[in-house]
Design a protein. Structure first.
Length: 530
């Protein structure tokens, strides 16, 4: 893809990432509810929240497995010599020989079919074989050792940048129109910002009501993208160097799935002086990143259950709810640590999450802008951050995206991916039964959207139009959690010609399960209850 990724990345950030982040943070902060309950604003889309919940479930299982592998690599790095360097280990094949290492240290060259023998066998080790097939366990591939020090001493630092920054990471190529590049760019942004699946919305639901969401959006999205780009320079610089010394293209060095983090990068680390030290730092970084993502996933699931079913999962027992979710995730993850574990994890990732995120983004922006009403949503934001932000000229960029640009761009990418759909692969095509299972997972994330619409239309009374009007109008309980904020919202909406949607106060309506019914409390007291 030789640099083509950056163009879709920045365009996706401008037209999808930042607008959706701003929308979801405002949506969550305004209602102080999780993803299963927040669609009181536009009840017809509540089925979307079930899909978000399942995507969170699949992602949590997959992340748990990745963290497990990372922790394992982290602790075995506390050695004087990395265990994937050299032969004599239980996972090596009989063909592995340290003679190859000695040959390279002496300046010799070992070739096999006119190529250097790769390090694969020494890094794909012991974790139940990362190159088996999903239909059963496989054998380790033949591999030998490439000297980790000789080439490093011969290579000046400029080669990192010459072979990557100029030729791969920064320079665009004809691949910019490739549909997988756009899909990967959007999914990368959605994952890193935790949007489209309710993660950021859940975290924002615990904000103070008048928190400056505009400031948060600018800081988080810019720093997140800067960090991602910096990480890209670091990773692809090393991979570019490896491609150079092996005489291959970078695309041949980069591995899919677990290959990059647990094969290609450990190979690069093994080439550095004080390799165990850098290995410990690298995998410690992965642990912190993985745990951070897992915290958001667990919070999304626990908050959703507590807010939607407060009698079954009392808010004051939320820690036990989280513990129960963790136990369920551990049991579900057992399949992913078998010999075919990487394939199961890849199946969850390819079928259970990526495609659904695009559809969710399209429905969220379209539902809030066209269904709930863009003027009403803007006045919700006005209630929280005030007129001085909403009435500025540059603020108009966000409604333009919410109403037109973001739904349009998500729709185009969706249709393009549908039209050019190819079955995902991992070290070769999946067998038919695995593809069928993957499609079942994808269907479970999407079936709730039309299913809930049909269910609501059937259970309501009146004519079809009356029932349709009910499920496309905010419920009485919709609005801010605290009565003083609901009163503010009513006044702001009245002043600007819209309605809040819900009632201000009613003994029959339970506004927010995190607080007592319509109690006049402070925001600090409310935070103490959640």
């Amino acid at each position: 893809m030789r640099g083509a990724f950056l163009i879709p990345y920045f365009l996706s950030l401008a037209f999808a990432g930042m607008p959706m982040f701003f929308m979801e943070v405002n949506f969550g902060q305004y209602c102080s509810l999780g993803i299963l309950t927040c669609w009181r604003a536009f009840p017809i889309l509540k089925g979307l929240s079930y899909g978000q919940f399942l995507v969170g479930f699949y992602a949590t299982v997959a992340y748990g497995v990745v963290i497990t592998y990372t922790v394992y690599y982290f602790f075995i790095s506390f050695t004087s010599s990395l265990p994937w360097v050299g032969c004599g280990q239980p996972w090596n094949t009989p063909m592995c020989s340290d003679i190859v290492m000695d040959c390279f240290q002496a300046g010799g060259v070992i070739t096999f079919d006119n190529e250097c023998v790769p390090l694969t066998n020494l890094t794909e080790f012991e974790l139940d074989d990362l190159n088996i097939t999903v239909s059963g366990p496989g054998n380790f591939s033949l591999a030998n050792y490439i000297d980790p020090w000789k080439a490093m001493r011969k290579s000046p630092s400029e080669e990192y940048w010459m072979y990557v920054c100029n030729e791969f990471w920064l320079v665009p190529s004809g691949c910019v129109a490739w549909k997988q590049v756009w899909l990967d760019a959007v999914v990368q942004i959605f994952y890193s910002l935790s949007i489209a699946v309710g993660g950021m919305q859940t975290l924002a639901s615990y904000n103070k009501f008048h928190n400056n969401t505009y400031r948060d959006m600018m800081i988080v999205t810019i720093l997140n993208s800067a960090t991602s780009i910096l990480a890209g320079f670091v990773i692809f610089s090393i991979l570019g160097y490896m491609a150079h010394v092996q005489g291959k293209d970078v695309s041949e060095v980069v591995r899919q799935g677990f290959g990059l983090a647990f094969v290609a990068y450990p190979e690069a680390v093994a080439r550095m002086p004080a390799a165990p030290f850098w290995s410990v730092l690298f995998f410690f970084m992965l642990i912190t990143l993985g745990l951070d993502s897992q915290f958001v996933n667990l919070e999304r699931l626990a908050t959703s259950l507590v807010d939607e079913y407060p009698r079954l999962f009392p808010p004051r027992r939320k820690s036990f709810v989280t513990l129960g979710i963790c136990v369920v995730m551990v049991l579900c993850s057992l399949l992913c640590i078998t010999e075919a574990g990487p394939y199961w994890t890849s199946l969850l990732d390819n079928y259970g999450t990526n495609f659904a995120m695009l559809l969710f983004a399209f429905l969220i922006t379209g539902g809030l802008s066209w269904g709930y009403g863009i003027r009403r949503f803007i006045n919700d934001i006005r209630t929280m951050i005030g007129d001085r932000y909403v009435d500025t000229l540059y603020f108009k960029w966000w409604p333009l995206n919410w109403v037109v640009l973001t739904p349009l761009s998500m729709g185009v990418i969706l249709v393009f991916n549908w039209a050019t759909w190819t079955e995902p692969e991992y070290n070769g095509p999946y067998p038919p039964w695995a593809r069928a299972l993957g499609w079942m997972m994808m269907i479970t994330t999407l079936i709730g959207i039309p299913g809930h619409v049909v269910f609501e239309l059937l259970r309501r009374k009146g004519s079809f139009m009356e029932r349709f009007r009910i499920i496309t109008s905010p419920t009485d309980s919709w609005g801010p959690a605290l009565i003083q904020h609901r009163q503010e919202a009513v006044e702001v909406h009245r002043r600007h010609g819209t309605t809040m949607g819900g009632v201000v106060c009613s003994a029959e309506v339970d506004v927010n399960p995190r607080i007592s019914k319509y109690a006049v409390v402070s925001e600090d007291e409310m935070e103490a209850t959640v």
